[in-house]
Design a protein around this ligand. Structure first.
Ligand code: F6R
Ligand code: MG
Ligand code: MG
Length: 372
């Protein structure tokens, strides 16, 4: 079995929260090369979206491996060192603990991991996003694996006809459930339509049982108990021969649906599919970006990447994202551009409530102030 892991962290932004400094990426690439020659991993590629570094690695240690997670942790400490030396913004932002203890769960970095037996030809797409949250993958995953108006293979390909199972995490209560589509599509949509709480963690084929997709599902803000930045997500999707074709995997991103994130992790904004060269959110710390890196995996080697959104067929989505951004921005601090109070990552409201507690008084005709 081969494991494909994407482990990512924001260890410092250049400039502000907009990008990763080239020196940090160079160090990551060098460390991955060393890890290949030391025999720890089969292959590795370092990339970035916005201010997050992603380590894309193939290996034989399985998911949640202490050796692989420990390697990533040490590497992120080195890139934090560079960020500190250069005075980059938010150095070490996602490293929430001082000591590594077995795996990265709850420690800040995000990761998506997928174990599989390599097919004779193994096309995979690694999606990296910035300025949004893990639930941002819910809508495109539904379209890829459950919407026949988006993925023609669900109707046409006999191997896809039986549908797909979606494993959904409840991030608030830390429990999971599996829904089979198409039979339970409406139940599934009831939950994953609330992406701040319910997040698709993985998808597998009902007819073959193979794992087709995996996402990162960590929520930094809850883990840390305080605001530390949106936990920008990553996702792995395998494609072709009984799974959605590469073009079906990419098709949902031709529509720039709205996600939570953007400025101060506190706004709804359209997600913009971009090439790696354009993956540097600038306007209003957004719009949120997604890049799609395509690889063929052969004997564990990562052949690629191909920069799949570097394609004029996504120009319309980008233009529409800019239009939607203009429209939403004009609403300034009003919902639904600004997130609902309970989803805001900044805590001004709590401070305000304390400061103004004795200025609130009962409405005329009401005996005592209503509790709020
Ligand atoms: C969003 C994000 C940025 C920051 C914003 C303010 O996820 O990281 O939008 O929230 O730039 O950053 P601070 O509070 O560090 O000045
Ligand atoms: Mg940052
Ligand atoms: Mg980020």
């Amino acid at each position: 079995m081969t494991t494909l892991s994407i482990i990512k962290a924001d260890t410092g932004g250049f400039v502000g929260h907009s990008a990763v400094h080239p020196e940090m990426l160079a160090v990551a690439e060098e460390a991955l090369r060393e890890a290949v020659s030391d025999g720890l991993i089969l292959d590795g590629h370092a990339d970035s979206c916005g201010d997050d570094i992603s380590l894309i690695m193939t290996h034989e240690h399985g998911a949640d491996s202490e050796r692989i997670h420990g390697f990533a942790w040490q590497l992120f400490q080195r890139t934090t060192g560079i960020a500190q030396r250069l005075g980059l913004y938010g150095a070490g932002q996602d490293l929430l603990s001082d000591a590594f203890s077995g795996n990265l769960r709850g420690m800040g970095p995000g990761y998506a991991e997928l174990e599989f037996t390599e097919r004779p030809s193994e096309p995979v797409i690694c999606f990296l996003a910035d300025k949004t949250e893990p639930g941002a993958w819910n809508l495109p995953l539904y379209k890829m694996f459950a919407d026949p108006f988006s993925s023609a293979g669900l109707v046409i390909d006999a191997k896809m006809h039986a549908g797909f199972s979606f494993e959904v995490y409840d991030l608030y209560e830390e429990k999971r459930i599996v829904f089979d589509t198409p039979a339970q599509s409406y139940d599934l949509l009831m939950y994953i339509g609330a992406p701040a709480r319910y997040v698709v963690h993985s998808v597998s084929s009902i007819s073959t049982g193979v794992l087709a997709a995996a996402t990162s599902t960590q929520r930094l803000s809850l883990i840390a108990g305080k605001y530390v930045g949106k936990d920008d997500p990553v996702m792995i999707v395998r494609a072709q021969s009984g799974l959605p074709a590469v073009g079906e995997v990419l098709e949902p991103f031709a529509f720039p649906y709205t996600v939570a994130g953007c400025m101060r992790g506190s706004h709804h904004a359209p997600i913009m599919p971009v090439s790696r060269a354009q993956a540097h959110p600038a306007r209003f710390d957004g719009p949120p970006r997604v890049v799609a890196l395509g690889f063929q995996i052969k004997n564990g080697k990562l052949i690629g990447p191909r920069d799949l959104f570097d394609d004029p067929s996504f120009d319309r989505a980008r233009a529409q994202a800019n239009e939607v951004m203009d429209y939403l921005r004009r609403q300034g601090p009003f919902e639904p551009h600004r997130l609902a109070l309970e989803d805001l990552e900044y805590t001004t409201m709590h401070a305000l409530e304390q400061r103004l507690a004795d200025r609130w008084e009962a409405m005329p005709g009401v005996a005592a102030p209503a509790a709020h």
